[in-house]
Design a protein around this ligand. Structure first.
Ligand SMILES: [Zn+2]
Ligand SMILES: [Zn+2]
Ligand SMILES: [Zn+2]
Length: 354
C-alpha cells in the first residue's frame, strides 16, 4: 500500500465533510475545502482504539472509563476494574483477553509507557485481524487503512520492543508512531482519563495559534468517544486545519522545547517565529523581560516605572508620593503581570509590600 492509495481513500471520505488531506513539500496537511464559521465542527472521527490511563484504574471502569463508586475487579489480573458484567465482557472482547496476563508487567512501567504499549498493541492486533479478513471495502478496512497510513507517515525511529510486548501485538513502529500521534481524552474537568489512537485526527498538524480545538462527545457503551475538531475562529476555504499539541498558554520557549522532545520537530508557526512578544513577557516573568526588554514596548513601561519610582523616592509629600507610586504601577498594566513583578517594585505586587 502506498501513500497515494491511502490519501485517495481518505480524501474520498474527507471531501464529503468539506476537508481534504494533501501532501506537499512541507509534508502532509489537512485543508478546508469550504469556509467554516467559528464554533462549527470541522471534522468528526471515531478513534480506532483507546485505553484508560493506569492512574484511574481504581476509580474508573477499564472499558467505558466512567467513574464509579463500586467497581468489580478482573479476578485473574486484579488490575482491570469494571462497572458490571456487561462492561467486563465488552472489555474482554475489546482487548483484555490478550492483555490480562501482561497487566502486572505493564502496571510496573511508567504510566505513559504502559499506555503507549497498550494502545500500540491494540492497533497492531486490529491490523493483523483485518489482514486476515477477505472483505474488500468496509468501515473496518477503511479504519485499518488509516492506521497503516499513520505508520507509513511516521518517519521517526522504530525501536526494538521486548518479547512480551511483541506478543501483545505491539511493534516498534506502531509504538513510536503512537507516541507522536496518540491523543489524551479529558473529562469535563479537563483531567486526562484515557489515551486514544485516532489516525484521521492525527492527520492535523500542530500550530501554537491553531484553527481548531479537540473535543469529545460522550462514549456509547461499547465504543470510544467520538473526536471532534471545532473551529475556534472563522476558517476560510484553502486554510490549513491545525490544533495545538501543547498548552498554548505556555511561553514560546517552553512550547518549543516540549514539541521538540515529545514530537520531534521545531515549531516554526507564526507565533513561534515572531520576535519576543509582550505576551511571552507576561508568561515568562521578569528575568526574560529584563533580558529582552530593550527591543519591546515593555522596555518603555519598565523605564517609566523606574523613573517614577525614583521620583517617589525623592518626594517629601506623602499624598504626592502615593500618586506617583500609583502611576508607577499603572505604567506596568497590561505589559507585566503583577505576579511577575518581584524585582520591579510595584505597590500592587503581593511579593514586595514595604
Ligand atoms: Zn463500564
Ligand atoms: Zn484481567
Ligand atoms: Zn509554534
Amino acid at each position: 500500500m502506498s501513500r497515494d492509495e491511502v490519501l485517495a481513500s481518505q480524501n474520498r471520505r474527507l471531501r464529503a465533510l468539506g476537508v481534504r488531506v494533501e501532501e506537499g513539500p512541507a509534508g502532509r496537511r489537512v485543508v478546508a475545502e469550504r469556509d467554516f464559521e467559528a464554533g462549527s465542527v470541522v471534522l468528526s472521527t471515531t478513534p480506532l482504539e483507546g485505553v484508560l490511563l493506569p492512574r484511574h484504574a481504581l476509580s474508573r471502569c477499564a472499558h467505558c472509563w466512567r467513574r464509579r463508586e463500586k467497581l468489580s475487579r478482573c479476578g485473574a489480573c486484579q488490575r482491570a476494574l469494571y462497572c458490571d458484567r456487561a462492561c467486563q465482557r465488552r472489555g474482554f472482547v475489546a482487548g483484555h483477553r490478550f492483555e490480562c496476563k501482561a497487566m502486572a508487567e505493564l502496571f510496573s512501567l511508567d504510566d505513559g509507557v504502559a499506555v503507549d504499549v497498550l494502545v500500540a498493541s491494540r492497533v497492531g492486533r486490529r491490523l493483523l485481524h483485518t489482514e486476515r479478513q477477505t472483505s474488500c471495502y468496509s468501515v473496518v478496512a477503511a479504519t485499518a487503512l488509516d492506521a497503516r497510513g499513520m505508520l507509513l507517515w511516521h518517519d521517526g525511529d522504530a525501536p526494538a520492543v521486548p518479547e512480551s510486548w511483541a506478543a501483545l501485538g505491539c511493534d516498534g513502529r506502531a509504538l513510536a508512531a503512537g507516541r507522536r500521534n496518540n491523543f489524551c481524552v479529558a473529562d469535563e474537568m479537563l483531567e486526562g482519563i484515557a489515551a486514544v489512537s485516532s489516525p484521521i485526527g492525527a492527520l492535523l498538524n500542530h500550530s501554537c495559534a491553531p484553527t481548531c480545538v479537540v473535543s469529545y462527545s460522550p462514549a456509547a457503551p461499547d465504543k470510544p468517544p467520538v473526536q471532534h475538531f471545532v473551529a475556534i475562529r472563522r476558517v476560510r476555504c484553502g486554510e490549513e486545519l491545525t490544533h495545538a499539541y501543547v498548552d498554548v498558554g505556555a511561553p514560546t520557549r517552553e512550547r518549543r522545547a516540549i514539541l521538540e522532545t515529545n514530537y520531534g520537530f521545531r515549531c516554526e508557526c507564526a507565533r513561534c517565529a515572531a520576535s519576543w512578544t509582550e505576551r511571552d513577557a507576561r508568561l515568562e516573568g521578569t528575568a526574560t523581560l529584563n533580558a529582552v526588554a530593550a527591543e519591546t514596548e515593555a522596555a518603555t513601561a519598565l523605564r517609566t516605572n523606574a523613573d517614577l519610582l525614583e521620583r517617589a523616592l525623592l518626594c517629601d509629600d506623602d499624598d504626592e508620593e502615593a500618586h506617583i507610586l500609583e502611576a508607577a504601577a499603572e505604567a506596568l498594566d497590561g505589559v507585566v503581570s503583577p505576579d511577575h513583578c518581584a524585582d520591579t517594585w510595584n505597590p500592587r505586587s503581593p511579593f514586595l509590600r514595604p
